[in-house]
Design a protein around this ligand. Structure first.
Ligand SMILES: CC(C)(COP(=O)(O)OP(=O)(O)OC[C@H]1O[C@@H](n2cnc3c(N)ncnc32)[C@H](O)[C@@H]1OP(=O)(O)O)[C@@H](O)C(=O)NCCC(=O)NCCS
Length: 152
């Protein structure tokens, strides 16, 4: 049994909801997603939620220690993909979990016919930036803009 396994989530089980709720605060101050919100990610044809399981000694079914969401969509210039919300639990970092999640997402994007896979990462996220560049992502010469929609 391989110790590290990446799987596409097919159901918003309590285990998955708990794991995402534990992981999101390690990336962002955004509110943690509800069961229904995770169910929507899973149900959408545009998004795939991947989780990584890492088994410790003696275990066969590892606990969820990382997650990533892939979005694939078609626009006039082709099928495109984005990787978002890559998060590995602090207790499991530096063991290739982030690499395995990212490679799996790239593979899924390729299978879906994507011409490109994009992501963003703040320069201060040093581990993340090293990881992506090591895996073959290279900086794009573009400005990334955001419009903040005021909450109602
Ligand atoms: C970025 C992140 C997903 C990487 O996950 P990971 O499973 O540690 O990734 P990997 O083990 O494949 O490699 C990560 C890099 O961190 C290094 N690293 C080693 N030990 C580490 C540790 N204890 N803690 C953090 N990073 C460590 C690894 O050596 C590797 O560097 P390298 O590319 O120079 O070899 C993870 O650090 C994380 O969740 N960070 C917080 C959230 C975040 O920044 N997400 C990315 C948003 S763009």
């Amino acid at each position: 049994v391989p110790a590290l396994r990446v799987e596409a989530v097919t159901e918003a089980t309590p285990e998955v909801v708990e794991a995402i709720g534990r992981l999101v605060p390690q990336l962002s101050s955004s509110p943690i997603p509800t069961n229904d919100e995770i169910a929507r990610i899973v149900a959408s044809g545009a998004t795939t939620l991947f989780v990584a399981r890492l088994a410790s000694d003696g275990e066969t079914e590892g606990a969820i220690v990382g997650a990533l969401t892939l979005a694939v969509f078609t626009i006039p210039t082709g099928v495109r993909a984005w990787i978002e919300d890559v998060i590995v639990d602090e207790s499991a970092r530096g063991r290739g979990v982030g690499e395995a999640l990212t490679l799996r997402a790239v593979e899924a994007a390729e299978l879906a016919g994507a011409r490109t896979v994009d992501l963003t990462s703040r320069p201060s996220r040093e581990a993340a930036n090293r990881l992506y560049q090591r895996l073959g992502f290279h900086p794009r010469e573009t400005n990334v803009y955001r419009f903040e929609v005021s909450s109602t």
